[in-house]
Structures are given as structure tokens and as C-alpha cells.
Design a protein around this ligand. Structure first.
Ligand code: FES
Ligand SMILES: [Fe+2]
Length: 376
């Protein structure tokens, strides 16, 4: 028995909310100090937490074959993950054991990692394979100069990286008994990074409640969706927020067991602490909010096709159109709101933000974040 409702039960709950004018509610509201979005000490503690949790690093689908790798900075640490010849994903601190240059940049496929500074070469298992002009390093033991591993776990179509001694099982603790979030048939069709001058938590929060739909998205999303009408479920430290489309009402006449919800709702998964995966009508968007400083975030985005149909070309075109529609509409409106909130943090108006009962997934996030930070 999983911890998340099946599709038919979600649809039933949505239809009940439509009939009753209700939405899922948190048991409590939450007061979050504004200082927690501004303080350098708090930021450093959050970075430490990110290094001591299994955090989603990339989709498994971005490492389709042996030798495929993804390199980027995670919680301030350069990391590279790679699928080795046996199919296992490994991860390393992306720093050469000679003088620390990064041995891989971006993403691609390789048989070895060759440092671009002096050419030290490493195998996919991290072992030091070759030192040019090795006679210059008398007595150097190659076995002591492998790339330094980090802990990698591959589950639910995702690659998780734990850099340091784990404080708890983080996002993994809710995954038992739920269906894979990303299916093996899904393909990455776009990957990008961008930076924004906002605290990493603000953008996350904008994805986790539907209380702002009418006022923030009056023309982009509200005509097709509902204001303040969501199913909100938590699983471990994670959450899933369901945003229904109005066309879900077409399912009223379908027996509950036969209701197909595809195209009738969006599932937004929050994987604790900094990853959002939105399962949209024709594609899936994964967004990792990488904290850079208290006022800067790098967004690492992957776009994937949804579960494969027989006609993959049409599937891909539809997925790209879907992605463009979201990027040019509601995502921009959210970004404007988030930037404005960032400006307001220093206004002196608020010493705390009040997250209400409609903002259940955000309340859960701050409860879990506070609890995890206390365990550091
Ligand atoms: S720093 Fe990598 S070979 Fe010198
Ligand atoms: Fe929004």
C-alpha cells in the first residue's frame, strides 16, 4: 500500500472539492521568520544539510549509456556522476587529484575523464589510469589518487547524491511503496541552467500551492484550472500537490475505476529539499534549485517526454509545445512574483511570513527543514 492516492482516488477527491467549494488543508499554519531567507548563518546550515542528504542530482534518463556523465556544482561542491560499464551510476567530487582542476564539464559520454590541465586520466570507476611523464612523481601511489567518491543511489528514475555523512534519509524516506516518479521509457529532450537573484526557497514555494492561481495567473492558468483547489499529499519529507484542470469534470460520468486523469491534472512533486518534478500534460519538468548565496539560485532544469507512446516523434513535438507554453506563461508570472518577494524581504514590513492552511505542502516543507536542520 503506497503513501500516495491512486489516480482514480485523486480525481474523486478533486470532484468532491469542486462540489463542496473546498480544498485540502494543513492541520496547522506556519510562521517562518523572514530572517531565514536572508541570514548567512542559516544559509550555511542549509548548504550543510544539502550535502548531508540524498538529494536528486539528475534524472536517470540523462545517463542513458555506459560512460554518460553529468557534471555540475551541487550545494557548492563540484560533482560528477557517471554510468559505468556495468550500468551502475557512480559519483565523485569533480576535482583532479593532482591540483584540483575539474575533470569533467557539463554533460556527455566518455570512456575516461582526462583532466584538461596536465592530462591525468581517470577510469569511470574513478581509478587513476594515467599520469603523463610519471617519472616526475617518484613514489606516488596511483591507488591513493583515485577520484574521491560520493554516495550515489539510483531510484524512481532519479540519481541521488549524498556528499557527506547523512543526517537522515531525506527524500528517499518517502519513496517506498510509491510508483516510480520518472518511468524508464521517458527521455530527456532539453536540459538547461539559469540563475536568478532570489533565495532558493522562494521559487520552490511558488510551485507548492494553488492559492495564488486566480490572482497571479488570471489568463494563463486560471481559465483552464481552479483557484485554491488542490489535493495535497505528503510522503516522508516530500509532497505531491495536484493541480486539476477544469476538463477533469468530464470524468464525472466515467466510473471511478475507469477514469484516465492524463491531461486532466498536473502532479507537482516536491522532493525534499530542493527539487520539483511537475508531470504536465505532454511532458515532465524537473527543476533543481541550487543555492548559490542567500540571494542567488541556479535553476537546473530537465525536460522529459512523458511515458512513451508508439509514435515518439509526435510525442516529442507535443512535449516541446507543452514546455514552451508553460515557460512563456505561468512560469514567467511566478518568476515575477518571486523576484518581487525577494525585494520585499528587506523591506522591514515582515518579521515572519504566515503560511496558511491552504499552503499545506509549504508548511510541511518548513516543518521538515526546521527538523532536519536541528539534527545537524
Ligand atoms: S590538475 Fe589535473 S592534471 Fe594537473
Ligand atoms: Fe504559479
Amino acid at each position: 500500500m503506497g503513501q500516495l492516492l491512486d489516480d482514480a482516488s485523486v480525481a474523486e477527491r478533486v470532484l468532491q472539492h469542486i462540489d463542496n467549494g473546498t480544498t485540502d488543508l494543513s492541520e496547522t499554519s506556519w510562521l517562518e521568520p523572514v530572517e531565514n531567507y536572508r541570514s548567512r548563518d542559516r544559509f550555511q546550515a542549509e548548504l550543510e544539510l544539502l550535502r548531508r542528504l540524498p538529494v536528486p542530482f539528475c534524472p536517470s534518463a540523462s545517463l542513458p549509456d555506459a560512460g554518460c556523465y553529468v557534471a555540475r556544482t551541487a550545494a557548492g561542491t563540484p560533482i560528477v556522476v557517471v554510468r559505468d560499464e556495468t550500468g551502475t551510476v557512480r559519483g565523485f567530487r569533480n576535482a583532479c587529484r593532482h591540483r584540483g582542476m575539474q575533470v569533467a564539464q557539463g554533460s556527455g559520454c566518455a570512456r575516461f575523464f582526462t583532466c584538461s590541465y596536465h592530462g591525468w586520466t581517470y577510469r569511470l570507476d574513478g581509478g587513476l589510469h594515467h599520469i603523463p611523464h610519471q617519472e616526475g612523481f617518484p613514489g606516488l601511489d596511483a591507488n591513493d589518487h583515485s577520484l574521491v567518491p560520493v554516495t550515489v543511489t539510483e531510484r524512481h528514475g532519479l540519481v541521488f547524491v549524498t556528499q557527506d555523512e547523512p543526517v537522515n534519509s531525506g527524500a528517499l524516506n518517502g519513496l517506498d511503496g510509491i510508483a516510480p516518479i520518472i518511468d524508464t521509457s521517458q527521455r530527456v529532450f532539453a536540459a538547461s541552467e539559469s540563475e536568478s537573484d532570489v533565495n532558493w526557497k522562494l521559487n520552490l514555494e511558488s510551485n507548492l500551492e494553488g492559492y495564488h492561481i486566480r490572482t497571479t495567473h488570471p489568463e494563463s492558468f486560471y481559465p483552464y484550472g481552479y483557484d485554491n483547489l488542490n489535493v495535497v499529499e505528503t510522503f516522508g519529507n516530500n509532497a505531491r500537490v495536484t493541480f486539476p484542470f477544469r476538463r477533469i469534470e468530464k470524468l464525472r460520468d466515467t466510473p471511478p475505476g475507469k477514469r484516465d486523469v492524463s491531461g486532466k491534472l498536473t502532479y507537482v512533486y516536491h522532493l525534499f529539499p530542493n527539487v520539483i518534478i511537475a508531470v504536465l500534460s505532454s511532458h515532465t519538468a524537473m527543476s533543481i534549485s541550487e543555492p548559490v548565496s542567500p540571494t542567488q539560485t541556479r535553476f537546473v532544469s530537465y525536460r522529459l517526454t512523458n511515458a512513451a507512446s508508439e509514435d515518439s516523434v509526435i510525442d516529442l513535438e507535443r512535449a516541446k509545445r507543452d514546455a514552451e507554453f508553460v515557460a512563456s506563461g505561468s512560469a514567467q508570472e511566478d518568476a515575477v512574483a518571486v523576484s518581487a518577494i525577494q525585494q520585499g524581504l528587506g523591506s522591514g514590513a515582515n518579521d515572519h511570513f504566515t503560511f496558511g492552511k491552504f499552503e499545506k505542502a509549504i508548511v510541511h516543507f518548513h516543518q521538515c527543514l526546521t527538523d532536519s536542520l536541528q539534527r545537524l
